[in-house]
Every structure is written in structure tokens, then in C-alpha cells.
Design a protein around this ligand. Sequence first.
Ligand code: C5P
Length: 233
Amino acid sequence: MSKDVIIACDFSSKAELLTFLDKFNGESAKPFLKVGMELFYAEGPEIVREIKRRGHRIFLDLKLHDIPNTVKKAMAVLSALDVDIVNLHAAGTISMMEAALEGLTRPDGTRPLLIAVTQLTSTSEERMKNDLLIDHALDEVVLHYAANAKTAGLDGVVCSPLEAGKVKGVCGDTFLTVTPGVRFADGNVGDQVRVTTPAKAKELGSDYIVVGRPITEAADPVAAYKRCIAEFL
Ligand code: C5P
């Protein structure tokens, strides 16, 4: 897979999503889309099938985190949706990640890419220490979780662009880094904490940047998407 910009489609209904997607009708390339909990829980798996029918690649961002058996069975269901990338929380441990991979793998050996969330980009080191009682540097935790994901056989991690280079250093160049927390230099940070620009994410070695509100809430979403592409690719 080559580098790309993934648009986080954090909409609460199919109608809102389609209104957004229609803005891209005149464009030659179909954007890679991320479908998260909000849209999936509102509309169910049919929304994924609808987006696939329209020819988009899909990162289904449901961040599974449960006991290994439950995650394995849930992944088998998601695998049947034939999306390109799915994910889980590395905090579920190596055995949960191994079970997920098993559930995701189809009888013919094919499967969507599986990546792990290390620490959410909205989490600061201070919150991690105070709320989660994880008394290590944030970088150290991210790298340790990434190494666990690699040990379990996963394809990569979700992390901040600021951590992408270090993750590659520990897990190898082909280990994917999918990075949200991207903002234009002149944009709003919102609730994200560990953020950087598309250009900087490129420099830091991200494979995919996930960009939501800077595109979906822009006055001209297509122009904002193209700005991301121009800066990142
Ligand atoms: O609107 P914004 O660009 O902040 O959207 C970022 C997207 O990436 C959201 O859909 C959010 O759920 C997701 N994400 C994240 N941090 C992670 C994993 C996923 O922000 N660690």
C-alpha cells in the first residue's frame, strides 16, 4: 500500500455522509475514507457496503478492546465486510491481538490490514499518568505497545505523526504508521493534543494521515482535501 490521506467521516447519519461525498463527485480519484463508531453505530454495516459500492477504500475504525475470544469472533464478522483496514486497542494485550488476527483471516488466507491504537492522540502524558496510572514516558508506552503489535503479527499502529519515525525505528520500515492528530498550520487544534501538519507528518514518515474536521468542517472540503494531498504526498 502506498502513502495516502484518509478522510475521517465522523458523521452521525448516512444522509450527512452522502451530502459530504457528493462534493467529491467531479473528482477523478475517490478519497480513502475512515468510518468510525459514530457512523457505524448509527447506520450499521450497510453504510460500509454503500461506501464500497461507491468505490472508496475504507478504514473501519471501531477500536475493538475485549477478551480475545470476543474480539476474534467480532473480527471474523468485520472481515466479511471486505474493508481495507480495521483496528483494535493494543492495550488488549498480545493474546487479544493474536486472536483478532486469527478471526480476521479468511479461509483463503486473505484479510484486511490490522493495526493497533497505541495511545489515543487526545491523551497527554499527564492524563496517562494521573488517570491510567501508567508511570512511563508517553513515547516509551507508544513504542512498547507498537512492539507488542508487531510481535502479535499486526501490520502497523495508529499513533501520532510525532511518534511515526520512532515506531519505524523499533518495528521496521514496512510496519505501517497511520496517524491522526493532523492540523493545518493555520487551523484549530480542537480536542487533539499531539498534533502536526500534513507536511510535517510526511517528513516524520507517516504512511497514512487521518484527517477529520480540518476537511469535513472546512468551507470547501474538496480544497482542504487537496491541500492535505499536496502537503503530504
Ligand atoms: O477531526 P480529527 O482530524 O481530529 O479526526 C481524527 C480522527 O482520528 C477521529 O475520527 C478520531 O476518532 C481518530 N483517532 C484519533 N486518535 C487515535 C485514533 C483515532 O484521533 N489515536
